[in-house]
Design a protein around this ligand. Structure first.
Ligand SMILES: [Cu+2]
Length: 125
């Protein structure tokens, strides 16, 4: 089986930096992660700003999966505004793609969405 790494990057400028790995929960063929999205104060340019963090990390954590298993990712939105997680490089059911209002409902403030999809391939698509 090949491993699949997904680094959560809410902005493309973060995509070159890999986040820390999380330890998943494994139930049979299902690999389960719990993510929470919140804001946090950052200072990248000499001025304090609010930024979006995943599990209080910027960039977000790296999720590791195995081809042939099922991914379940619970995303809790701890922000006061709706959000979504959009996946790139994966073949997955349209409803799980994460573009809000286009194919996935937005994750409303203080709610959790369960993404679930089979891991059909490794590498990027
Ligand atoms: Cu896209």
């Amino acid at each position: 089986m090949r491993k699949i790494n997904i680094t959560l990057c809410l902005l493309l400028i973060w995509s070159t930096v890999s986040g820390q790995n999380l330890i998943p929960e494994i139930k049979g063929d299902t690999i389960i992660y719990h993510l929470s999205i919140s804001t946090k104060s950052v200072n990248f340019s000499g001025k304090e700003r609010q930024a979006i963090a995943v599990n209080n990390q910027i960039p977000g954590p790296t999720l590791v999966f195995e081809q042939g298993k099922v991914a379940v990712i619970y995303v809790e939105n701890k922000m006061s505004k709706e959000t979504s997680v959009h996946w790139h490089g994966l073949l997955l059911p349209n409803i799980e793609d994460g573009v809000p209002y286009l194919n996935t409902p937005p994750i409303l403030a203080n709610t959790t969405y369960k993404y679930e999809f089979p891991l059909k391939h490794s590498g990027t698509y």
